[in-house]
Design a protein around this ligand. Structure first.
Ligand SMILES: [Zn+2]
Length: 703
């Protein structure tokens, strides 16, 4: 209390001094003010989170519409011009499901429990009946009866191991455990191996802790189930590439099935308790060491059988109304340049970590921006705050909005900054397109580490890792996908804490967050500070804080990684190296130009010819990322236009550089024909041409 009071009075003095001597204080003054303790209110963050997570609020539900109204009215209360943009999208809900296990011919089959249990004194007991029954969104309806086969994490390499062991998955029901790859790919890989159904369980080893669990510890309770989507595309599957407006074209269910993005066999998620029962019914060979469970688990065997699984899932697909909430703070000098902050609101159940820790931070950023405006700050560029819907089903709200506004966004967005799960524990994590690396790292040096007040986020971040600080956005994990992978907007994704055990279960609630995720809400405050600071720099700095040298160096590293994959083949990587060399030169040139402009004597930003010069330079910096996109998209994946970053074909969570080259190499390795290797070379040329386009754009050069 005492400390805060002192900070507040000294800031008040600083403000008045600034106003006394300068007509407008320098932007960096406001940026420091944004970070000051008088501006941050971890109490209001926790209030937002508490309110948003009172009830389960799955996409398309009345509870989620209520949450949208809360976000809208809160933004409006901060004087931010806001509106709701609805879409009418295909969502699925469970109607009926059951899972039984027959172990012997004589005994009746065991009914496996699919419900998650409330606990003693659970404050959410009276709304537990509003939790949607556990299911996989977009799962195929149907029944599968077959011998159980244990397939580890359900990766392509796990099926190779089974093949080597002589285990046939065809016509069987696969039992996979969650954890290494996207659940949609677990089902797709099972289907490719011939399985007729897939059951995915939460293994205690990965999520269960040591005999203690929520509410006593942070771990997943025995009945906890990870719900989630098994759809592999982005956006409403019935409107691929265009927006789901009220009256719009839709493709048929048959066409959706043909797209390959929805599974063609039924699946169900189950708890570790139910997974354990099935596991004990599987005989046959003992599975490899790294396929085994944790302490107290039975010996895992691969089967098939003798346990027989009987899985039934019946879902209904309905066109539901979803609502994005959009708030706009118009820029003064460049209103037609947008810096966008986005987070989703819909949750499988209560969604305290995923995603409303991020929503609470978004509202905190909004409140602090209002306070800044009251102190006289106005952004140079327009700041847009987006609260997406139906992310959990397949990034639907953000994708429909990007598709609807594609041309406007492609010509105007400077950067997109995503926060999904803002907080699930300690430790800062960031992923971005590489020209933003420097900006994020620099911002991290300005924000205090919430878990150690004697250092900055940067200090603890750098000491926590031996590899590169900033990850990449190749995976399809959140709402940045449409911005980066569809239209080529420089983007970032920020979070505190990595994976957490109660993910997508009904235990991801306010109690869990308060006890384990962020008891003091100081991590939330830190996310809001960093997220807002990066946005402020992008919105206010005269010259965009992009450094493409990081991009060129990153690309070079990725090509070096490719070398091993094509060695001994008649494949030339020279076009890539050459184009990257050009990009490097262009990046150095523009960096020098920025420096010389900033250092120039007597330079005034307000002079018209200077403004034009800066605008032209900024346009080059903004549009260079677009040059990595190609209208034709990736081979067989038209929607994915970005040739550098896209999800891996066999794991939607995986981040790959050069996905087109990578996919064709995988194919060529298995086909090993001259033609298939020729397509690898073609993809290499395509990427090289895109990089060349990027360097021409960065130079502002006409050939
Ligand atoms: Zn999420």
């Amino acid at each position: 209390m005492f400390g805060a009071a002192i900070v507040s009075s000294s800031l008040a003095i600083a403000t008045s001094i600034c106003f006394l001597f300068f007509s407008t204080p320098h932007k960096s003054f406001y940026h420091s003010l944004f970070l000051s303790s008088t501006f941050s209110t971890n109490e209001s963050i926790s209030n937002h989170l508490y309110t948003l997570t009172k009830r389960p609020h799955i996409a398309g539900s009345a509870a989620n519409a209520e949450a949208a109204a809360y976000v809208l009215s809160t933004l409006e209360s901060y004087d931010i011009r806001s509106h709701v943009r609805p879409y009418y999208t295909a969502l699925t809900y469970p109607v009926r499901r059951s899972l039984t296990l027959a172990t012997t011919v004589r005994d009746p089959p065991i009914e496996l429990r699919l419900e998650q249990e409330i606990y003693e004194d659970d404050p959410y007991a009276d709304v537990a009946d509003q939790v949607t029954p556990t299911f996989h969104a977009f799962a195929k309806s149907g029944t599968a009866v077959g011998l159980a086969v244990y397939v580890n994490y359900g990766r392509v390499e796990d099926y190779s191991v089974l093949r080597e062991m002589g285990v046939n998955v065809s016509g069987r029901v696969a039992l996979a455990r969650y954890g290494k790859i996207y659940r949609g790919d677990i089902v797709q890989n099972g289907y490719a191996a011939g399985a007729i159904g897939v059951v995915i369980f939460t293994d205690r080893k990965d999520y269960g802790g040591d005999g203690k669990w929520f509410p006593d510890e942070k771990w997943m309770p025995p009945s906890g189930v990870q719900v989630g989507s098994v759809y592999s595309g982005a956006g409403d599957p019935t409107t691929p590439g265009w927006a789901s407006t009220e009256e719009c074209e839709r493709i048929t269910d048959e066409e959706v099935e043909k797209s390959g993005d929805v599974p063609l066999i039924p699946s169900l998620p189950v708890s570790w308790e139910s997974g354990d029962v099935v596991m004990r019914s599987i005989g046959g060979m003992v599975a490899n060491e790294d396929w085994q469970g944790g302490e107290g688990a039975p010996v895992y065997r691969v089967g098939p059988g003798p346990g027989v699984l009987n899985l039934t899932y019946e879902g209904k697909q309905v066109i539901s109304t979803i609502e994005n909430v959009i708030g706009i703070i118009e820029g003064v000098e460049e209103p037609d340049r947008y810096v966008i902050l986005g987070n989703h609101r819909d949750a499988w159940t209560f969604g305290a970590a995923d995603p409303n820790s991020g929503t609470a931070c978004l509202l905190e950023v909004a409140e602090r921006l209002q306070k800044l405006q009251k102190k006289g700050w106005k952004p140079r560029r327009t700041i847009i705050l987006c609260n997406w819907d139906a992310e959990e089903y397949g990034l639907i709200g953000s994708t429909e909005w990007v598709e609807e506004n594609r041309q406007m966004l492609a010509s105007r967005v400077v950067a997109y900054l995503n926060v999904d799960v803002a907080v699930s524990g300690a430790g800062f994590e960031a992923s971005a397109t590489p020209q933003l690396d420097e900006l994020i790292i620099q911002a991290a040096t300005q924000v205090q580490d919430p878990d150690n007040s004697s250092q900055t986020i940067y200090d603890s971040w750098i000491s926590s890792t031996n590899s590169s600080l900033v990850g990449r956005l190749g995976g399809g994990g959140s709402d940045y996908a449409a911005f980066v992978q569809h239209i080529g907007v420089p983007s970032a994704d920020l979070a505190f804490g990595g994976g957490y055990p109660v993910y997508h279960s009904m235990y991801d609630d306010f109690t869990w967050m308060k006890k384990f995720g962020d008891p003091l809400f100081q991590r939330h405050t830190a996310v809001a500070s960093l997220w807002g600071l990066v946005a402020l720099k992008l919105a206010d700095e005269e010259i965009l804080p992009f450094n493409y040298l990081f991009y060129a160096l990153e690309l070079q590293k990725s090509v070096e990684d490719l070398q091993g994959d094509v060695s001994g083949r008649d494949i030339k990587l020279a076009p890539l190296f050459k184009s990257i060399e050009e990009l490097k030169k262009a990046a150095i040139e523009i960096n020098d130009k920025k420096k010389s402009l900033k250092g120039r004597k007597g330079w005034t930003w307000t002079r018209k010819d200077n403004q034009n010069l800066v605008r032209e330079l900024n346009d080059r910096l903004m549009m260079t990322e677009r040059a990595f996109t190609d209208g034709e998209g990736l081979p067989g994946r038209l929607w994915y236009k970005h040739l550098i970053y896209a999800p891996s074909k066999y794991n939607d969570y995986g981040s790959k550089s050069f996905p087109g080259i990578d996919d064709t190499i995988e194919k060529a390795k298995s086909l090993n024909t001259a033609d298939s290797w020729h397509s690898v070379q073609h993809q290499i040329w395509r990427v090289a041409r895109a990089i060349t386009q990027a360097s021409l754009c960065l130079r502002g050069e006409l050939k």
